[in-house]
Design a protein around this ligand. Structure first.
Ligand code: SF4
Ligand code: SF4
Length: 376
């Protein structure tokens, strides 16, 4: 007779804490973001993937077999949280085949979507194998402005239909807002909308150049002084915007180009099969078409961890770097070199730092001569 063994159970918070601790002490990768496709039914004006949402480029995307192989390799690496993103995930012709395989393999799936593609059939299939969570973007609750921003008439109505279905489904979801120059005046309505689902409201502000280097998306950034006014109303920002972790005034303790958690316990796989350390890290990527996942991780993490500031960039000794969202790839597109400070990010970091310590601070670029050098 077989002896029945019960698996030990624990609260999710404790499980998560232990997994993160193990990832630090044992150098394990526990989280992955897999961009399934750059296809999307919308064309949001700030979108960094939109230039690759073109039929001529779809053949470059990972095939179903390649995705299956990567899921197997991620499972073998011990990855727990699997974020599926796009584009919009529901535009992938084989989304459910991929999702259900990942679910059966034991990942905790986190889904990113614009919320406009939910139908009863989609909801029912998700209910049969519920995701860990669904993150839905919500940047406006006014039909005309929503459709202007997505550049797709009718998208707001599709979004509201989707949200109704999602709410009725009982599936776990979270609304995410990006506050920009064009929607900052909607903040009270956005907060009320989010709270109507029983969720607390937060927002992020960071925008990046598009994947092809086009910086026109940055025109939608919120003015730092507007952010200062919002911070003074004590509205919480979403901490996910800040990679830097604990927020305090302190000189960097190393010359590392990546001072955040980049290159430690998370990976990002682009829809073209390139491995990076996070969504917007494009300084060093390795193709998963020519390398195993394990080998690519070793190469990318080694490169990211060894990159050092070589120039006299103010970032090197910046007291408020922990409040800063500067990403080296953004700096390369926007300022020409990865080491350069991004003046807009300096302004935002200053607003956040001054809000945190409740006193005026010196702007990191004041009286500084910025002469970053190009690294070959
Ligand atoms: S919904 Fe997302 S992927 Fe689609 S265009 Fe908007 S930001 Fe880009
Ligand atoms: S971009 Fe500005 S705020 Fe950010 S680390 Fe560099 S100097 Fe500091």
């Amino acid at each position: 007779m077989h002896e029945r063994r019960l698996l030990p159970t624990m609260q999710y918070g404790e499980f998560s804490r232990q997994a993160y601790n193990r990832s630090v002490t044992q150098g394990r990768i526990i989280k992955a973001q897999l961009e399934l496709t750059y296809r999307c039914n919308l064309h949001c004006r700030h979108c960094y993937t939109d230039p690759y949402n073109a039929a001529s480029l779809f053949p470059r995307e990972l095939t179903l077999n390649e995705i299956h192989r990567l899921l197997d390799e991620m499972r073998d690496l011990g990855i727990i949280w699997l974020n599926l993103s796009g584009g919009d995930i529901f535009m992938h012709p084989d989304f459910f085949e991929i999702y259900e395989r990942a679910h059966r393999q034991g990942f905790l799936p986190q889904l990113y979507t614009n919320g406009t593609l939910f139908t009863r059939a989609v909801i029912e299939r998700l209910q049969a194998m519920p995701p860990f969570t669904i993150d839905v973007s919500c940047h406006s609750v006014k039909e005309e402005r929503f459709d202007w921003f997505t550049q797709v008439p009718g998208s707001y109505r599709a979004f509201r239909r989707g949200m109704t279905l999602l709410q009725e489904s009982g599936l776990p979801f979270t609304l995410k807002t990006k506050l920009m120059d064009w929607n900052k005046d909607e903040i009270d309505d956005l907060r009320a909308f989010t709270e109507s689902f029983g969720q607390s409201f937060g927002y992020t502000t960071s925008l990046s150049p598009r994947l092809n280097g086009d910086c026109s998306s940055l025109a939608y950034r919120i003015d730092p002084q507007d952010l200062r006014r919002l911070e003074q109303t004590n509205l919480a920002t979403d901490d996910n915007d800040l990679c830097a972790g604990k927020q305090e005034i302190a000189r960097p303790d190393s010359d590392r180009l990546y001072r955040c958690g980049c290159g430690t316990n998370s990976i990002h796989i682009s829809a073209w099969g390139e491995l990076g350390a996070c969504t917007l890290q494009y300084e060093h990527r390795v193709s998963l078409r020519t390398h195993s996942l394990r080998n690519a991780v070793a190469q990318v993490f080694g490169a990211i961890q060894s990159m050092r500031y070589q120039s006299d960039s103010p970032c090197r000794s910046c007291d408020i770097h922990r409040f800063c969202e500067k990403k080296p790839t953004d700096a390369r597109w926007e300022q020409g070199v990865a080491e350069a400070p991004i003046p807009y990010d300096c302004d935002i970091a200053l607003v956040r730092a001054e809000h945190a310590v409740r006193q005026p601070l010196i702007h990191p670029l004041r009286n500084q001569v910025v002469t970053p050098v190009r690294i070959p």
